[in-house]
Ligand binder design. Sequence first.
Ligand code: UN1
Length: 495
Amino acid sequence: MAREYKNYIAGEWCDSVTGERFENRNPANWDEVIGTFPNSNAEDVDRAVQAAKEAYDDWRLTPAPMRGEIIRKVGDLLTQYKEDIARTMTREMGKVLAETRGDVQEGIDTAYYAATEGRRLFGHTVPSELPNKFNLSMRIPIGVAGIITPWNFPMAIPTWKIFPALVSGNTVVFKPASDTPATATRLVEILLEAGVPPKVINIVHGGGTRVGVPIVEHRDIRLVSFTGSSAVGKLISEKASKTLKRVSLELGGKNAQIVMDDADLHLALEGVLWGAFGTTGQRCTATSRLILHEKIYDQFLDMLVPAAENLRLGDGLDENNQVGPLINEGQLEKVDEYVQIGKNEGATLVTGGERYSEGDCAKGFFYKPTIFVDVKRDMRIAREEIFGPVLSVFKVSSFDEAIDLINDSTYGLSSSIYTRDVNMAFKAMRDIEAGITYINGPTIGAEAHMPFGGVKETGNGHREGGWEVFEFYTETKVVYVDYSGRLQRAQIDNR
Ligand code: UN1
C-alpha cells in the first residue's frame, strides 16, 4: 500500500483542507506508486504562513549559533540516513544511486557550512565622520520565507535555501516540486527530529498554481526563493513585485563546453559525457552545447558518439546503470519535440533521438543520449533549454569564435573550457559571460560552499551557496551610536 503523506502546518502533520490527493510515481517504472500527497490550496498556504509568522519572534531571538547547532544536527542525521534517502530519491525521480547519494551529500555539506555561519553572520564596524560617535552594520532576519524547489535536486536544492534561511533567523513555508514530495517530506521530518521548533518549518504539497502562486502573492511572506524555469521565474518576479518582496531566482541555462585543439581529449570526453548525460541532462548546469575546435572536430566526434551509445540506461537502483529516466511523460514529450524541431531546422542527428523502451525500461520514461551536429546558432536547439539528454555540437576555427559563440545566449549559468594553454584559460575566465566557469572540468559539479548562480536570464543577480546566500536571507541594519552628549549634525557641524 502506498503511504499517505501529509502536509506539516502549524506544528501538525495534516491533510489539505481540500481533502484531495495526488500521486507520486516512479519514472523508471510508472506502475510503482511511491505515495499520495495532499493536493493543497491557498487556504493551506495561509495557515502555514500564519504559523510561520507566529513562530518568527521566538526564532529570530534564538541566538544564531544555537540555530546553527540545530542545523549541524540536521547534517548528522542526513549522514545517518543518507543511503535510505538516496534510495527513496532514486525511486521518486529516477537518477542513479551514485547521483542521489551525491545529492544528499550536497545537503550534508550545506548543513555543516550553514551551521558555522551561525557563529559569523558578520557585520561591519566603521569609523564615524563625527567625534565620539560609533557606526556599525549588522545582519537581521527578514521574516517568513517562501521556498519553492524543483525536482532535479530533491534534497540539495531545498537545503541550499532552507538551511541559510533558518540559520539567519527566518521561518519557512516550503513548497517542493510535486514530482519529488517524498524526499522533501523526509527533509522536514529530519529538521523536526534535529530540534527545529514546530511552526518554524511548514511544508505544503501541491502544484505551482494552487500552492506556488499563493506563496508568491502572500503579503506576509517577505522573501521568496525559487529554482526552476526562466518562464516561471519571470511570472514569479511579476507577481512578487506587487508586495515588493525580496526574490531570488535561479533559472535556466544553455551551458556549453569548449574543447580547444590543445586539450586533453580523453579528459574532455569524460567531461562532456558526464555534463551532458549525467542526471539525464536534467540539471540547470547540464552541458547542452559542445563547441569543438575544427582541428579536433572529427577525432572528438569519433570518440564521443560510440561512448554516448555505450552508456547504460536503466533503473537507477541498479548500480550498473549510468543514465536513469526522464522525470515524467511531459518531459519525455518535450525532449522528443525538441528532437523533431532540431531535425526540421536542418541539424543532423548522429545518435539517439528516440525513446528507449527495451526490457525493463518499457515502463519508464527513458530516452537515448542524443547528439546533433551541423547546429547553427539561431536554431532553437542551440538557444532553448531542453532539460534532457540532448547535445548540440558546433565547429569553430578559433578561440575568439568559441568565446563569441558561448556568449551568444540569453542564459549564463555554467560554462567550461578544455585547454592546456594558460593564456587561453585566463581569457576564458574573464570573458565568458556566466556565473560559473570550469577550466578542464565539465559544466556540472558545483560545490556547496561556493556561490552558485548565473547572469542574464539565468537569474536576478542573487547567489545561492557559500557565504553570499546569507546576504539574501538577511537585511542590513545600520546603527549609529552618538556618545558625545550633544547634537552632531552630519555633513554640517564638521565642516
Ligand atoms: C541544478 O541543476 O539546479 O553543479 C543544480 C551541479 C550541482 C547542482 C546543480 N551541484 O551540477
